[in-house]
Design a protein around this ligand. Structure first.
Ligand SMILES: [Zn+2]
Length: 130
């Protein structure tokens, strides 16, 4: 359960921010997750919501953006989307770390990220009371 440890690390970081900025409420957290990180967005959101319960983060929204993988080939000049095995039997296309041009091993440039992109806050001092 990869997602649980990511979610708890995330909540920990946000609670720390919240402790230092008690006048600001975290409304939304935007995360970027790379295609190669093997993180299940739904699982992660579920874990986040369960951990955030009964903390100042309760009710905040976790928005997850997928970052497509970009690979580069050290053997030729290829740089771009990785190659996929698009087999009829596969449920989803399987990514291969193989160059679509020369067939040799490629290196991932982008796609392993798992980072907070931005956080949307509500400043309770300036916000009109509802
Ligand atoms: Zn190549």
């Amino acid at each position: 359960m990869h997602e649980l440890s990511i979610a708890s690390g995330l909540v920990e970081k946000l609670l720390e921010f919240s402790a230092h900025n008690p006048e600001r409420t975290i409304l939304e957290v935007r995360l970027e997750i790379g295609e190669l990180s093997h993180i299940d967005s739904e699982q992660l959101r579920f874990c986040y919501e369960s951990i955030a319960k009964e903390t100042p983060l309760e009710g905040s929204i976790l928005t997850i953006a997928r970052v497509p993988a970009i690979v580069s080939c050290p053997h030729c000049t290829y740089r771009g989307r990785p190659d996929y095995w698009d087999e009829a039997l596969a449920i989803a296309p399987v990514m291969t770390m193989r160059c679509p041009h020369c067939g040799k091993a490629v290196e991932a440039e982008q796609g392993h990220e798992c980072a907070i992109k931005s956080v949307r806050l509500l400043d309770t001092h300036t916000a009109p009371s509802v």
